[in-house]
Design a protein around this ligand. Structure first.
Ligand SMILES: C[S@@+](CC[C@H](N)C(=O)[O-])C[C@H]1O[C@@H](n2cnc3c(N)ncnc32)[C@H](O)[C@@H]1O
Length: 217
């Protein structure tokens, strides 16, 4: 009998994602939100690169509890707030935050244009948002290829409907449509999600980036 294939553990990609967020958004310090944070890996990688206050938002209370344990272990408790909530109805007041990052979460939102609209509402004028998914430009190509290949195989095993649904929400057109439906006047969609594994840009993902308009003097 063939022995089962042992999968190599891939390196962590969150610090690569955080580096991209800082380079692409050039956010000012202040209040930074990790929306759909899960256990807070994006926020904690961002904490290494800034002095911002971290606001973790997710509907999953257990994930938030684990994130707060991790914040304590990393000495970040004084800078970390956890809020239970969903993108479509953010538990944040208007014009209150400087950056919203959301990685790997928008694909699970029930109403993506509503979520994008909420992010815009919560940003302070001049605040930035980066919503989407990806592994980071400095994450090694071999690891991106391996990650994408394993994920595609996982989705394939769920059947053709899952493959279709997976691809539908990971397209530039879908991202553009959500931004337009949300009423954004100015935004960028960066990247391409459905790239073949041998493409050098595979795994860099797809991001919607925008800034809240400055107030008129
Ligand atoms: C694949 S995980 C990504 C977690 C983390 N951002 C990361 O990059 O590892 C998706 C997260 O989105 C959260 N989520 C699902 N629906 C959501 C919604 N409507 N609003 C905000 N977060 C949501 C889930 O609870 C989960 O923690």
């Amino acid at each position: 009998m063939p022995s089962p294939k042992v999968e190599q553990k891939l390196p962590d990609y969150y610090e690569c994602v955080a580096r991209d967020v800082v380079e692409m958004c050039k956010p000012r310090d202040g209040v930074w939100v990790d929306l759909g944070c899960g256990e807070g890996a994006v926020a904690f990688a961002l904490a290494e690169l800034s002095r911002a206050v971290l606001v973790l938002v997710d509907p999953n209370r257990e994930a938030l509890a684990e994130a707060l344990r991790r914040a304590r272990d990393m000495g970040l408790s004084q800078r970390t707030v956890a809020l239970c909530g969903r993108a479509e109805s953010l538990p944040l007041v208007d014009d209150s935050v400087d950056l919203v990052v959301s990685r790997g979460s928008i694909f699970f939102w029930d109403d993506r244009p509503a979520g994008v609209r909420e992010v815009y509402r919560a940003l302070r004028p001049g605040g930035k948002a980066m919503l989407g998914g990806g592994l980071g430009r400095s994450y090694p190509l071999w690891a991106r290829r391996e990650f994408i290949s394993r994920r595609r195989e996982g989705v394939r095993q769920e059947g053709p409907a899952a493959v279709r649904a997976f691809a539908e929400v990971r397209s530039r057109d879908a991202f553009q449509g959500w931004a337009e439906e949300a009423g954004l006047h100015s935004f960028e969609v960066i990247g391409e999600a459905a790239l073949p594994e041998d493409d050098p840009n595979t795994g860099l993902g797809l991001w919607l980036i925008f800034e809240k308009e400055q107030e008129q003097p």
